[in-house]
Write a protein that binds this ligand. Structure first.
Ligand code: DC
Length: 216
């Protein structure tokens, strides 16, 4: 008899493609925890800024993360990143973190550190990021990849940030280029263009792909 793969749903896609909101809603609908890999990269970037480490210096970042480890607390509604006993989550969605996070996330040993933290989470869960369906959980039975035009993504992100749409779009396009290597859809992922869809429509499309038994 073949063993069932662990129940993991991966939702990947570029920045501001809607994957966090969608992943959170799917997790709530299924009663599973939601796991944000981007938040761990943001946590690592925040530590880099806080301790004044060079974002290009892989060795120094790895040392920093072993001396000041970060940990993810997943739940269905949102995630928290803890450094020691401190909740650093409120500091992770800022322009300063956006600016350095791709450089930090580019280092293979930083990626290995984040991936180890993610693989510690017991299934079932819904996980979102860039390479969840390809590098980290290739065995996941349900994989989705969300896309949207840079214009639409910039307008969405502008609702959460102080900067204007044009500035945000410029930064998103830059991050797209920097993150391109680890942001390809898995061959077996369902690709959904969310440019013309509401959040409810994207959630509905994903739920229709999941087996009826899971949907409760
Ligand atoms: O999804 P996000 O915008 O919060 O991710 C923040 C950064 O982390 C993004 O610029 C790329 C990086 N990231 C990554 O390299 N791999 C992931 N699985 C998730 C995020």
């Amino acid at each position: 008899m073949s063993e069932e793969p662990p129940l993991i749903i991966t939702i990947d896609g570029p920045g501001a493609s809607g994957k966090s909101s969608v992943a959170r809603r799917i997790a709530q609908a299924l009663g599973f925890p939601y796991v944000s890999s981007g938040l761990l990269y943001r946590g690592a970037a925040y530590q880099v800024l806080r301790y004044g480490v060079d974002p290009e210096d892989e060795e120094a970042i790895v040392r920093l993360l072993s001396e000041h480890p970060i940990r993810l607390e997943p739940n269905a509604h949102g995630n928290r990143v803890l450094a020691g006993g401190e909740d650093i989550t409120p500091h992770l969605h800022t322009a300063a973190v956006d600016e350095v996070v791709s450089a930090v996330a580019r280092h293979p040993r930083v990626r290995a550190y984040v991936n180890d933290r993610l693989r510690e989470v017991p299934p079932p869960f819904v996980v979102e990021g860039r390479d969840m369906g390809t590098a980290v959980f290739p065995e996941a039975p349900f994989k989705f990849y969300l896309t949207a035009s840079p214009e639409v993504r910039a307008r969405r992100r502008a609702r959460e940030r102080a900067e204007g749409v044009a500035e945000i779009e410029k930064m998103l396009r830059l991050r797209d280029r920097r993150d391109a290597k680890q942001s390809q859809p898995a061959e077996d992922a369902q690709v959904i263009d969310t440019s013309e869809l509401t959040l409810d429509q994207v959630v509905g499309a994903i739920m229709r792909y999941l087996p009826a038994g899971l949907r409760g």
